[in-house]
Design a protein around this ligand. Structure first.
Ligand code: S3P
Length: 175
């Protein structure tokens, strides 16, 4: 039975790599945010606005534990998922975890054009985004670094880079 959790900051490529990895391995794929959105018929941004962050984190935790029972699956988590409750320890116990490590500069480039659906980023200026990435990454790294494997996901911009990354992660998680 295989169960793989992808963790990392917003913009790390968890969904893109998760989908591609599932296709390449024949495993199923679930994105925790999309699972939550489908279930509540609301976007994560709406849920954040209506419930507030701490109630969202409770709901995220419940849904994580639910999808973590599925078998032969790749699960892409939200950027904050490993950093609340004992979520990271749970994931480490229930499957293999891969931290998609991405440099500040690459995160900035990816996120500066993808702020709208991300409640923590919406309305941030470029300067505020830089500061946010710097500050929250340093708070979150200790959680992400508890993962079983670390993979540098800086290069995902072309199909070749994506396919190469998928192959490298396949080798990594079979170790
Ligand atoms: C969040 C990341 C988002 C989503 C929510 C909060 C975070 O997921 O769960 O907006 O705290 O980093 P992605 O990492 O998929 O953008």
């Amino acid at each position: 039975m295989k169960r793989i959790f992808l963790v990392g900051f917003m913009g790390a490529g968890k969904t893109t790599l998760g989908r591609a990895l599932a296709k390449a391995t024949g495993l199923s794929f679930i994105d925790l945010d999309i699972h939550i959105e489908d279930r509540f018929h609301k976007s994560v941004r709406q849920l954040f606005e209506e419930l507030g962050e701490s109630a969202f984190r409770e709901l995220e935790r419940q849904n994580l534990l639910e999808v973590a029972e599925f078998e032969n699956i790749i699960i892409s988590t939200g950027g904050g998922t490993p950093c609340f409750f004992d979520n990271m320890e749970q994931m480490n116990q229930l499957g293999k975890t891969v931290f998609l490590d991405v440099s500040h500069a690459v995160l900035f480039n990816r996120l500066s054009v993808a702020k709208f659906n991300r409640p923590l980023l919406v309305n941030k200026t470029d300067e505020e985004l830089h500061t946010f990435i710097y500050e929250s990454l340093s708070l979150r790294l200790p959680y992400y670094q508890k993962a079983h494997f670390i993979f540098c996901a800086d290069a995902l911009e072309s199909i070749t880079q994506l396919n190469d990354s998928v192959e490298e992660i396949r080798v990594l998680i079979q170790a």
